[in-house]
Structure formats: structure tokens, C-alpha cells
Write a protein that binds this ligand. Sequence first.
Ligand SMILES: Nc1nc2c(ncn2[C@@H]2O[C@H](COP(=O)(O)OP(=O)(O)OP(=O)(O)O)[C@@H](O)[C@H]2O)c(=O)[nH]1
Ligand SMILES: [Mg+2]
Length: 683
Amino acid sequence: MNHFAMLTTFAKVQTRIRLVQEMIRIFANVKLTNKLTGSWLATRETPLIRTVATSCLVCAKSREISQKKELSEKKLTRHFVDHRNVKLQAGAGGKGACTFHSEPRKEWGGPDGGNGGDGGNIIIKVDRQVKSLAQVDPVYKGEDGDSGGSKNCYGRNAGSTYIAVPLGTVVKEQGNTVADLSQHGQEYVAAFGGAGGKGNRFFLSNENRAPMTATPGERGQERVLHLELRTMAHAGLVGFPNAGKSSLLRAISNARPAVAAYPFTTLNPHVGIVKYRDHEQVAVADIPGIIRGAHLNRGLGISFLRHIERCRFLLFVLDLSTPEPWTQLQYLRYELDQYESGLSLRPHAIVANKMDLPGSKANLEALRSHVDHRVIPVSALTGQNTEELILHLRELYDGYLQTEIQGSGEDKLIRCFLVKKNCVFELAFDLCCWDHTDGCLLCVVADWTSKGCAYCWDTCWCQHVRRMDNESDKWAGVLWEYLCLHQPLEKSDVIIGLGCHDVRVAERSAALFLEGWAPWLLFTGYLGKQTADVWTRPEADVFLDVALKMGVPRENILLETKATNTGENICFSYRILKENNIPARKLILVQQPFMERRVFATFLRQWPDQGDNMHTIVTSPEIGISGYPNPTVGTTADLIMRMLGVLERIRDYPQKGFQVEQEITHSALTAYHWLLQAGYIPK
Ligand SMILES: Nc1nc2c(ncn2[C@@H]2O[C@H](COP(=O)(O)OP(=O)(O)OP(=O)(O)O)[C@@H](O)[C@H]2O)c(=O)[nH]1
Ligand SMILES: [Mg+2]
């Protein structure tokens, strides 16, 4: 055998020896574990298989022997974070391009600059797997949209940035709650990406065949939000200092809170996850010890009672080695109830800990005779009977899920719109209607908040019509407020009632005349979008009837019956007043409340005579948003869709030259996006 072959054989023998040593070590460990836990191999034969998959039946204390240095309390608490501030900057829109078509022998190619892509939104999304806010970064920046290109190439829209948060996260802005995320998968668009800029192709018109204008993309929304976990954990371990709460959490979950033989070892709450075979997970919080007078802020005081309040059910941990352990329970209950009445009555179990110590057995019997609730004897140190505790924990959890589902029946409704004869009804379908097949097509988008609305036709819908939810109402109110101007009235030369399908506009115009705000009343309008299907006579004629009925003399009323849109209403009214030699330096324009801003912006662009001494006031029927819906003008859902359409015109029409630019406030823009997302379609 040569020298090299000898070396190879020696190395092989050494590897085998190491393998055998390793096997012996593992085997010895298994035997030790079997002794402590009641067998690893035995479970293969016995039908009594653990229904839990927690890895830590071995006593909690034994783990302290591990060579790994224990983490300090401060470091340990980093694993669980229950509130966070985040700064969000959504992506900016890409800029529009300014280019012209170029081709050999084609000198004057038209504009072909494409629009920029929209900036990416930042979305907060609930993920059941996420248990704390520890993973949430302090700053998020959304993706920017791509710029537009030549040959009418549009820039790519940026994708959304997602922030995963646990169930029960409350989103707050300047102290106000803006979202309460309570369902798995629920999304909240926390910052909207900026719209992409327009390329010069967009500005092509009959007047300008070679526009050089291209606009930059809008900036993305910027927000600072405060995230807070409403529910801290499913179960909370409540007990006096040193009762063994942290040891117990170590014994039943994967958490590693510090354990020591002195009070107030735990200074901050820790959350451990108990995992079950069916992959269900129950979060258990180890809460710092409570002492008598905690409700008066003694010991670690009220802040920890606050954590208890956020748990769905409680585990009272008692040290059974002390005399009269039931008094601990009485004191704990007293402290909880002093903090919040009825808190101690939450679903709970009593855990009698330290059963391995002498005297505990006798105390257990005495405790059982003093309380009428279930008592689970365990030893966190040796792991004795932790099985029963884990199974009972699951019972409590299942009970909680049951009540949660029953209580949130309303949330299970799926919302959609029914469009019928030009009327839109908001509907709510119960889950059971998914299989509803009595001759109707029912199409429901489950993820309605992000996908938009669903339509359903010809169904027995009456029973399902319901009020709009508060959140839509809120945003509709914000939009309404932005669109109304609330200008104070002044004596004027002419009152102009702009035609529409709402006769309250005619009534308001006539009332203003009768109150003496102006000596002339002019109604303008042929048939428009809303009236074309409903009326056969021009809007101005219908309004005239209303005014005459109210007692306005015919000779004070002028009619303009050709205009089909707001711009024409203004231009044609100017002409009529000129033809009749009626001075018009001061005007009162009357339209529907949510049209005030748009009418004003249109007037400033379309009225030919915009001298310094020209003065205009826009007003409307004196009704609020709740008083607006009626059988003629439609439902609140109709109103919302019209308001969205008006806002889009305020945004887009200045570029087309129809009206002057108006600043769109941040709140109005947020309302617009929210309502769009909720499925309302701009009309
Ligand atoms: N013999 C015995 N000792 C235990 C048992 N459980 C906990 N201990 C001991 O009791 C002491 C306190 O345990 P901890 O788990 O830190 O108690 P705690 O309730 O978290 O205490 P605080 O964090 O101070 O509120 C430690 O020395 C543990 O080893 C048990 O079942 N049997
Ligand atoms: Mg502790």
C-alpha cells in the first residue's frame, strides 16, 4: 500500500468513528428525553398522540443550561412590538413625453409623446401569519412610475408596496383612527401613488395641432401613520410575580422570556405561539407580574393591566406552593375589576402551577373547594400536565372564534351594486346567496375593496337593499364639502338657474328672485345627460313652470333652451343677456350643491367678459348630503358616482380649456380614491 492509500484509509476510519460517536450521543439524548416526556418512540405505538406540535415539553428550566447566553430583558422585548410609527412616501408618477412622429419623407408628423405611468401605492395588508409589528420598517418609499416615450408609448405603472401587519392592527393619523384592520387579507391603501404626467399627444386639439406641452408626474402621497395592535394576544397569563408565568410560556410555546427566582423578572410583555397539528396557532402573552394595588399604579402598574385588557381570554397562574393560593386569585380578580369592571369575567382558566413542590397537592384540593371554575394543575418546571393546559387553551380559542364569527355577521356580507333602469342600489348579500340560482345571474367579487364593484342583474334584490355603510358616508361627506363653495349672497343683476334634473334648483332660483336678490331670472338648458331620458321638454321650460307656479312674473323671466352642458349654459346665457340689453356685472348662478365648484370654474373660463368689476356668486338649494337623495335624482350611491365624475372633470377639464384650474385638496383626493376603490364608478 502506498503512502497516499494509507492516508485515505486512515481518514475514512476517523470519519466512521466520529459517526458512531454522534449516534451514541443522539441515542443517549433520546433516552433522556423519553424519561422526561413520556416517550418519543412510545408515541408511535400508543394511540395517545399529542394533538399539539409544540417542541418544548421538556422542562423550561433545563433550557437555561444551554450554552447560549440568555438575552437581556431589553433585547427579548424586541421580538414583540405592539406599536410603530411609519413614514410613507408613495411613488411619483412618471413624466409625460414631448415628441413628434418622425418618418422618412413625412416632415410634419403629429405629436406622439405618451403619458407617464402612475406611481405605486403603499398598502397595509393584514397577514394572519404576522404576529407583531416588529417587522414593520420606520420608512417606506413607493415605486415611481416610468416616464412616457415616443411613438405613443405609455410609461409602466409602478407596482404597489405592501406592508404586512397582524390581525387587529389599528392605523391612526394624528390621533384619529383611519383604519381598523380586523380580517385576514384586508387591505388599506395608506398612501396613493401620484398620477402619471400627460404626454404632448394628450394636448392635441383642433386649435393646437403641434402641442409642446407635456406635464410631469404628480408626487406620491406622503403620510406619517401610527400603527397599533388592538389585540395583543389571544390568551394572557395573569399572576403575581414569581408565580411561574414566564416558565409556563416557555413550557408551552416557542417563546423564551427570562426566568429568575426574583419578582419582576419580566418587565415587558412577551408573546409566544402555541402551534397545533391542524396548523392553528394561539398567541399567548406573558405579562409582567401584578401586585396588590396595581390598579393604583403600584408595582409595574396600570400599563400591564392595559395589556391584559387586550387579550381575548385569560389564564390565571397561581403559585400552589404558597399557603391559601385562592387568595391570589381573589386579589388578581380584584385588581382587574378595579381597572375595568368585568375584566376578570372574560373567558378564563385557573392554572395551578408548581405542582412538583411539596404541599402543592394539599393546596390544590383546598383551591378546588374554594373556586367553582376549572383548575388545571401543572408544573412549568417539569412540564407535568402541560398537555391538558394546551388542550384547554385550544378550547378557549375555539370558543372565541365561534363568538367572533357570530358577532361579525355583518362583516360577512358581500357588497355590490345593482344597476337597474339607470338607478343604482347598493346591495349586501349574505354568504348564503353565493349559490343563489333562481333564474338570475349573480356575480360577486369577494375582494370587492380592491377589485371594484360587481353587478348583478335581475334578481330578487329588494330584500337585500340596505343602507350605505358609515365609511362610504364619511368619504362622500368629504367630497361633498369640497365640491360645495358656500359663498355668501349679494344683491345682483341676474339670477341664472342652470338646467338639470333637480327641480329644487328652479325652486331655489325662484325663491331668490322673490326675496329680491336680483330683478331678472334666467333659466338655461335644453336636455342634458340626466334629463334626456326623463323629460321631453327643455330643462329651461320645466324650470319656467316651477317659477311661474311660485309666483315669479313671466316678464321677469328669460329662457335659453339650447345649452346641453355647463360650458354652453354659461356662453349662451351671456348671449341672451346681451341680446336683451340686460346689464350683467353681478350674477348669481344656481345649480345643485355638488356642482358649485365646477360651475364657478367653468364660469371663470367661459364667460366672455371677465373684467375687474365682474362679480359672480354660485349657490344651490339649501340641502345637505343626507337630504339630497330622492326618487328623481337618485340614491346616495348615485350621488357619490356623480360627485366622482364632477371631481374628475375639475381635474381634467382645465387642460381641455373648458374651465379654470382648481386646487384639489388632499382630503378630496383621498375621498375620491377611497370611493373608487369601494367600487363606485364616476358618472
Ligand atoms: N419548582 C418549581 N419552580 C418553578 C415552577 N415554575 C416556575 N418556577 C420558578 O419560579 C421562579 C419564578 O419563575 P418565573 O417564570 O420567572 O415567574 P414569573 O411569574 O414570570 O415572574 P415575574 O416575571 O417576576 O412576574 C423561577 O425561579 C422558576 O424557576 C414550577 O413549576 N416548579
Ligand atoms: Mg416573568
